[in-house]
Design a protein around this ligand. Sequence first.
Ligand code: 5AD
Ligand code: SF4
Length: 498
Amino acid sequence: MYNDIDLTKIDLTQNAPAEEPQRQYYFIAKARELIRERSRQTGRPLTACIKTFGCQMNARDSEKLRGILEMIGYEHSESEEADFVLYNTCTVRENANLKVYGHLGYLSGLKKKNPQMIIALCGCMMQEAEVVDKIQKSYRFVDLVFGTHNIFKFAELLVTSLESSRMVVDLWKDTDKIVEDLPTDRTYSFKSGVNIMFGCNNFCSYCIVPYVRGRERSRKPEDIIREIKDLVKDGVVEVMLLGQNVNSYGKNLEEPITFAQLLRQVEQIEGLERIRFMTSHPKDLSEELIKVMRQSKKICRHLHLPLQSGSTPILKKMNRRYTKEQYLDLAARIREAMPDIAITTDIIVGFPGETEEDFQETLDVVRRVRYDSAFTFIYSRRTGTPAAVMENQVPEDVVKDRFNRLLALVQDISKEMSLKVQGQTLPVLVESVNEQDSALVTGRLSNNLLVHFPGGRELIGKIVNVYLKECKGFYYIGEYVPDAGEGSRSGSDEASAR
Ligand code: 5AD
Ligand code: SF4
């Protein structure tokens, strides 16, 4: 829809419309005027830089923010020496917060050189009252602060900030609102994230996400399908459906539908070649979903299934609502239905009260499931979550030792799992020219493994067959196999697609 909007036709002498997204287009047009004027004064185009911290949700939000900035007339810049700098923050672990404070120190120096510079902060970290207090007290040079629920209001807030010399802060506690049809600027032309839901209702006891992202809200299936069809028209061949817990998608819609039913609809979209999704909560993963995945020609052979801990008592304290045995049974059913699937996971080490025995249970699950890869995290105490006030926080040296042992095991298994497809010829979606060696391109297998092979940039965005010559641990060196299905759909031939 936004492609059809003519900003010059918006009458800025009138008041802003009340409905969305029209209201935001009004403010985009207004910001455009203000930026043009500033640009005239400085005698050069103004630049904007967005730095994204955290997960794929934030990456997708940043594409939307960049789309708005582009429409306003800012030139995109990778460098923070820009006229507008926005940090889209994460707060899932304390380290994420520390990084932002570190970067802010650097920005204050840049602002001294360019006093016109606007510094804005948004994202999960801003939903925490103590953070915003600290910014208001100790980081007075910040111009604009907003959160996760009102991100759609970015253009409006930017106008307020451009017209004010004070710090503008707008934070909402929660929302049931989903605003559709705002502009986006995709990082990749051929693949895109697509939000299917926002927020989380699970309240895992260590996790801050439900507090900063609010209650679970699903987008309507027709809006999702329309967005994906538009993306496909625009050259996208792979989508990643995004939600904190995609398996509970659609439960609260006026006309409830399951995630598996949504996938069936997405599968029908002509021209779309690959479907990925993230994240699946094990407690909600249905038999229906396994069936839809198994039958699908487009859904990639990869499932991210966070374990968090292998110990049933710890899982209970984490409020994960499954036991070790239930998880193992689920993983076994998935592997049985799709022997070539890659299962990846998230694991937390050092949750309060975790004993060596509990930790051994985690190692046991890792050995049995044999993850293709795993993200391992040291437990980070998040103020406001139930786990933060639990007794028996595990001493740092014990956690570090466990973390190292877990990492070594995960890496050993991951290397062995990667070897499984050596010598096969499989479809690869080419994503970029290799960063280290420009004679190579880099792409991804359906199972998410990376492959580097000799080739030119004309292959970017195409799905091509690649002979997997040499496994280098976590990636492959391959050889392009022209004509053998080049340009064919990723799953059109079941044997070669998987
Ligand atoms: N400490 C450590 N890891 C955490 N995660 C979420 N909250 C915390 C925390 N407080 C991890 C979980 C989740 C991933 C996105 O981040 O493993 O799946
Ligand atoms: Fe956090 Fe649990 Fe929700 Fe994932 S499911 S975002 S870990 S509360």
